[in-house]
Design a binder for this molecule. Structure first.
Ligand SMILES: Nc1ncnc2c1ncn2[C@@H]1O[C@H](COP(=O)(O)OP(=O)(O)O)[C@@H](O)[C@H]1O
Ligand SMILES: [Mg+2]
Length: 241
């Protein structure tokens, strides 16, 4: 569960976010939308504590992330995986070593890291590429490695900031399908994109930011496939069938 209470974020006198309120229950799939500069990246950074709020409170699984000291952030990152537009893989390290970057920092030994890497790579369909180097992979495969790296500690929450920004439309669809699959296994997924044409499914949540304000909060109606406001709630699929 992620909760924002009257959250604001300023950079100097620039307002990046203002009066943001929402709750994301465990297991939801959320598209965070809005044009470039709307505040999407800032909002995500507040969740994984790369920034702290100027106003308001943010709870992740009941913990106030704004007050977590910097040195404890690696432990927060065990519950939150993050994927970016840039894959940021280390070129001279194998896929397996890239994926187990965090376990290495946390002191896991090599045999255990290999096991964890194999498990995470299987989830993204790349278990056969453990010993390859990033330069030997396609863009789509590199993004899958970055996703496996984010999944390494079996996070409850997966955050993706413009994860398809460097991929062509077909590969983008594959990567979105992979996020849907990860979500089906129970992980909360929050995916920020300025691209309004990405594929959606019924019951997915849409949060839309404009100039730092939340201007839309909807869930896709699984029956009509149209958006309905969250305030009304999704229809009961049994009652409407
Ligand atoms: N570190 C920063 N310093 C100053 N301004 C920033 C910083 N990060 C973001 N901003 C500003 O905050 C606003 C929101 O940016 P951002 O969250 O990156 O939007 P988006 O991800 O939707 O494109 C923009 O006006 C941006 O210039
Ligand atoms: Mg951004």
């Amino acid at each position: 569960m992620i909760q924002f209470f009257d959250v604001g974020k300023r950079f100097g006198d620039r307002v990046a976010l203002a009066d943001v309120n929402f709750k994301i229950p465990r297991g939801q799939f959320v598209f965070l939308r809005g044009p470039s500069g709307a505040g999407k990246t800032t909002l995500l950074k507040l969740i994984y504590r790369a920034e702290s709020p100027s106003e308001g409170q943010i709870l992740v699984n009941g913990r106030n992330v704004g007050s977590i000291p910097k040195r404890k952030v690696p432990f927060l990152r065990r519950t939150i995986g993050v994927v970016f537009q840039e894959f940021s893989l280390i070129e001279r390290r194998t896929v397996s070593d890239n994926v187990t970057y965090l376990p290495r920092i946390l002191g896991e030994r090599r045999p255990e890291r290999r096991r964890l890497a194999a498990e995470a790579l299987a989830k993204v369909g790349l278990d056969h590429l453990q010993d390859a180097f990033p330069a030997e992979l396609s863009g789509g495969e590199q993004q899958r490695v970055a996703i496996a790296r984010a999944l390494i500690s079996r996070p409850q929450i997966l955050i993706a900031d413009e994860p398809t920004g460097n991929l062509d439309p077909e590969l983008s669809r594959d990567i979105i399908s992979l996020f849907f699959e990860i979500n089906r296994q129970g992980t909360t997924v929050i995916l920020a994109t300025h691209n309004p044409s990405l594929r959606r499914r019924g019951r997915d949540r849409i949060l839309k930011l404009e100039s730092g304000r939340l201007v839309e909060d909807r869930i896709m109606d699984p029956i009509s496939a149209e958006d309905i406001p969250v305030a009304l709630g999704p229809p009961d699929p049994v009652a409407t069938r």
